[in-house]
Design a protein around this ligand. Structure first.
Ligand SMILES: CC(C)=CCC/C(C)=C/COP(=O)(O)OP(=O)(O)O
Ligand SMILES: [Mg+2]
Length: 591
């Protein structure tokens, strides 16, 4: 096994002195080029502690700006229009039409989902999908009569709704050379739907794996050769799918994009479009109220002013909350997710960047005891940190009448312990195996702790094992996506090796190959998650499972350009913040 030191990426690595020398060199690099903040605070000796800083930029959004947000889409006029549009659209989802014209029905359901309004019609959608399943998809004899597009779209929507249609539905798509049959390649929309459908694979479904690769190649080639024709909307849909498949996209961000794409479609339904835009704007008003509440909480907590070394990411944390669930009735859930993510960001920065190993151990032990008297032993900045954390969690428990111990123990203790392990690795220069790293870092990515807290606000009906599997899969997806996006900056400022570097160290792979391997792991994890999602008792367990899945999706969306768009939001991320939270839908085209 070849060895490359993650600190210099070129020298052969010897786990002892050579490595330590390079790490010291990195320490020198940090001192020279990164902001360090000498402080007079002493822990056990009188030597000043040299602390790192991640140099995160300040928040883009001031408290005053957030509090000044107003939304015009309130009042009787909009409510009445919205109600009547919903009635009209509901009548367009017809059981009879599903039997007569299954493809049009499936396309309509797909549009409702992508436009972000399907939550109004869940009952009706479930009913037509059930009919479609029994008429066209419950036996080989039936699906053999369907064309590629009908099979692919039906497969995707039905699997998404828990129907385990077998992959064999696509067993005859290849010719004797192994390529997709020529006449199927002419059905570009069918190919696109097959590509999207293939992401619903579970483990050991090679037909779907092959279909994904073959359709990806074909679609990519068509785009490159400009051979799709004049349908601009189809061209947009194909490049959008190749960028990130639909299944991996958080629905609200998809709606922002899809509403604009839908406008360019020749067969668009103007009533449906009006409903989608109006509904988006009404919901944006509701989200703004949640955001204003959250910003008051954050302002009162005062961490943005007290911890200059840490991320002040209230609005961005709120985006994750909307990504997790955007429906009007889940405001409390969004507010709590925002609190949890904002807290976790700062605590993560304390462990990763600012705290000394001794301080971190003290903090972990204080959390374990969950005793207010524990703060006496902590340094000043940690007193504030512990107190804010302690009060917020207790208040969340109180407001939902949950025994705080359920919210706190043992999962926050596990979270702190796992972070301490990372700090120990950093201090000793230890490079874990990929397996060892992932076991620990799927805890430090914080989804287990966030989702365990969320569990109590969603009153979901889900068994312990299913919950554990779903939490594990979404944590893994978020961890791997986060590493693909943030590890370069993290290593520069000094952090433990992340999954890419652990894999490189273990196998001698290049960074490019390691990144490819990590992407494969994301795909494998999705297969496990797909299986879990299809086997649970939908929709009673739906909210929790959707939240968990969506937070994984938020990771894939946020870090898709291999940069830390969350920690250091760039123009691309900022434009999404504006479209999601501040600008109502208008004639503006978003690319
Ligand atoms: C669900 C949450 C918490 C979302 C917020 C965004 C996020 C994944 C932060 C992790 O920060 P990081 O990149 O510093 O993580 P780590 O230090 O663990 O690599
Ligand atoms: Mg971190």
């Amino acid at each position: 096994m070849g060895s490359i030191c993650i600190y210099c990426m070129s020298l052969p690595f010897s786990p002892t002195s050579n490595h330590r020398r390079i790490r010291n060199y990195m320490g020198g690099f940090q001192k020279q080029y990164l902001t360090t903040q000498p402080t007079t605070m002493a822990v056990t000796t009188n030597a000043p502690i040299v602390r790192r800083s991640a140099n995160y930029p300040p928040s883009l959004w001031s408290y005053e700006y957030l509090q000044s947000l107003t939304n015009n889409y309130v009042g009787e006029e909009y409510e009445t229009r919205s109600l009547s549009l919903k009635e009209e659209v509901k009548m367009m989802i017809s059981e009879d039409a599903a039997v007569q014209d299954p493809l049009s029905t499936l396309k309509f359901v797909d549009d409702l989902q992508r436009l972000g309004v399907s939550y109004h019609f869940e009952y009706k959608i479930n009913s037509v999908l059930k009919i479609l399943y029994h008429c066209y998809f419950d036996s080989q004899e039936k699906w053999n009569k369907s064309d590629l597009n009908l099979k692919a779209l039906g497969f995707r929507l039905l699997r998404q709704h828990g129907y385990l249609i077998p992959q064999e539905i696509f067993e005859d798509i290849r010719d004797e050379t192994g390529n997709i049959k020529a006449q199927l390649r002419e059905d570009i929309v069918g190919m696109l739907n097959l590509y999207e459908a293939s992401f619903l694979a579970v483990e050991d479904e090679s037909i779907l794996d092959e279909a994904r690769e073959l359709t990806r190649q074909c679609l990519k080639e068509m785009l490159e050769k400009n051979s799709i024709g004049n349908d601009q909307c189809l061209v947009m849909l194909i490049s959008h799918a190749l960028e990130l498949p639909l299944l991996w996209r958080p629905q609200r961000f998809e709606a922002i994009w899809f509403i604009e794409a839908y406008k360019t479609r020749s067969d668009k339904n103007s009533l449906l479009l009006e409903l989608a835009e109006l509904d988006f704007n009404v919901l944006q008003g509701i989200h703004q109220e949640d955001l204003k509440y959250s910003s008051r909480w954050w302002n009162d907590l005062g961490w943005d002013k007290k911890f200059s070394f840490a991320r002040d990411r209230l609005v961005e944390s709120f985006m994750w909350a909307v990504g997790a669930n955007y429906e009007p009735r889940h405001g409390v859930l969004r507010r709590n997710i925002t609190k949890l993510i904002s807290l976790v960001n700062v605590i993560d920065d304390v462990y990763d960047v600012y705290g000394t190993l001794d301080e971190l151990k003290q903090f972990s032990s204080a959390v374990k005891r969950w005793d207010i008297n524990a703060i006496e032993e902590l340094p000043d900045y940690m007193k504030i940190c512990f107190l804010g954390f302690y009060n917020t969690i207790n208040e969340m428990a109180y407001s939902t009448l949950i025994n705080q111990e359920l919210l706190v123990l043992p999962i926050w203790a596990d979270y702190c312990d796992a972070n301490t392990v990372e700090a120990e690795w950093f201090n000793s220069g230890y490079i874990p195996t990929l397996e060892e790293y992932l076991k620990n870092s799927c805890i430090t990515i914080s989804l287990p702790v966030i989702l365990s807290n969320i569990y109590f606000f969603t009153s979901s009906d889900i068994t312990g094992e299913a919950m554990q599997n779903v939490v594990h899969c979404s944590s893994m997806i978020l961890r791997l996506a986060d590493d693909l996006g943030t590890s370069s900056a993290e290593l520069q400022r000094g952090d433990i090796p992340k999954s890419i570097q652990c894999y490189m160290h273990e196998t001698g792979a290049t960074e490019e190959n390691a990144r490819e391997y990590i992407k494969k792991l994301i795909m494998q994890t999705w297969k496990k998650l797909n299986k879990e999602r299809m086997s649970v008792n939908y929709p009673r367990s739906g909210i929790f499972i959707e939240c968990a899945t969506n937070l994984g999706r938020m990771g894939q969306f946020t870090y898709q350009h291999a940069s830390d768009a969350f920690g250091s939001p760039d123009d691309w991320y900022k434009s999404h913040e504006i479209s999601l939270l501040f600008d109502p839908k208008s004639q503006r085209i978003i690319t």
